[in-house]
Design a binder for this molecule. Structure first.
Ligand code: AMP
Length: 290
């Protein structure tokens, strides 16, 4: 069954109202399209957790701080719709631009704290764009649950914060990162890597893995991070934008392997910016493993 494509928020609202009147729950999976197995894992989680599932496809201009990146972002609506058919998604919502940003639009949702540092520093305005569009998509869909990937860990924290702060009655569900067999995290941007760049790309998750193990084995955090940066550049990356250890609880920087924490990285491979993150293995588990 082809997935019905809806482009108007009023039409979407009418459909959702019908579902809710029938007592059905609604899950939403916000995406920017160019769907891959990572997105589809969110859709499967949504199908398992809600009666009805809406996937949204909107390449949000406000979250791109670089116009060239926005222009080059893959737009593959027809094949995206085909991928969703077999998953029995109820609606693919592809809002026209004015359904999200009508003339005169003047509101920005800005989340402090968790949006600072990391991508927040290096992509000015990015999380304001994300927070604004996610707020709109949650309100337009009226979803009971929304599914986001841990691949974009900082984004997930920003979304959790805004839903709490704005009393939006939607549960945020984080889903694990889906990876290629060589550990590269699936990303729409991988499509733009040359053959040589694609071959070099797994160095990013490998460096995170080596650093995470070293830190729980007792290597000082600064040393492990320096080694990881060197390994990433030696593999052919142009530069490492950031590589940090942050606590899970509040995203604060940490030098300790005791509390749950994760490594977060952004690095440039040619003109492509890749991000990834990895939790530290539990210290106890690492000690037992010897
Ligand atoms: P995007 O289309 O890149 O905005 O991503 C839409 C959603 O898919 C976001 O919640 C991402 O975190 C999630 N996502 C992207 N890549 C992956 C992946 N490799 N594994 C799991 N979720 C992902």
């Amino acid at each position: 069954m082809p997935v019905p494509i809806i482009r108007s928020r009023n039409e979407l609202r009418a459909i959702v109202a019908g579902w809710k009147a029938a007592g059905e729950t609604v899950g939403v999976v916000p995406t920017m399209g160019a769907l891959h197995a990572g997105h589809l894992s969110l859709v499967r989680a949504a199908k398992a957790g809600s009666d009805r599932v809406v996937v949204t496809l909107f390449v949000n201009p406000r979250q791109f701080n670089n116009p060239a990146d926005l222009a080059a972002y893959p737009r593959t609506e027809a094949s995206d719709a085909e991928k969703l058919g077999p998953l029995a998604v109820d609606v693919l919502y592809v809002p026209d631009g004015d359904q999200i940003y009508p003339e005169g639009f003047s509101t920005t949702v800005s989340v402090a704290g968790v949006s600072e540092g990391l991508c927040g520093t290096h992509r000015p305005g990015h999380f304001d764009g994300v927070a604004t569009v996610v707020t709109k998509l949650l309100l337009q869909t009226g979803a009971d649950r929304a599914y986001f990937g841990e691949k974009d860990w900082q984004q997930l924290q920003v979304v959790r914060r805004l839903v709490t702060d704005l009393d939006i009655p939607c549960e945020i569900v984080g889903c694990p990162t889906v990876r290629e067999s060589d550990a590269l995290a699936l990303s729409s941007r991988n499509l733009r890597l040359s053959e040589a760049e694609r071959a070099a790309a797994p160095a990013l998750p490998q460096a995170l893995d080596v650093a995470a193990r070293a830190i729980v084995a007792g290597t000082p955090v600064a040393v492990a991070l320096d080694d990881a940066r060197a390994a990433i550049v030696a593999a052919g990356f142009r530069s490492v934008e950031y590589l940090e250890l942050r606590r899970d609880a509040d995203m604060a920087p940490t030098e300790s392997a005791e509390a749950p924490a994760r490594l977060l990285v952004a690095a440039w491979l040619g003109d492509i910016r890749l991000i990834d993150n990895l939790p530290l293995p539990a210290v106890e588990r690492a000690r037992q493993a010897g």
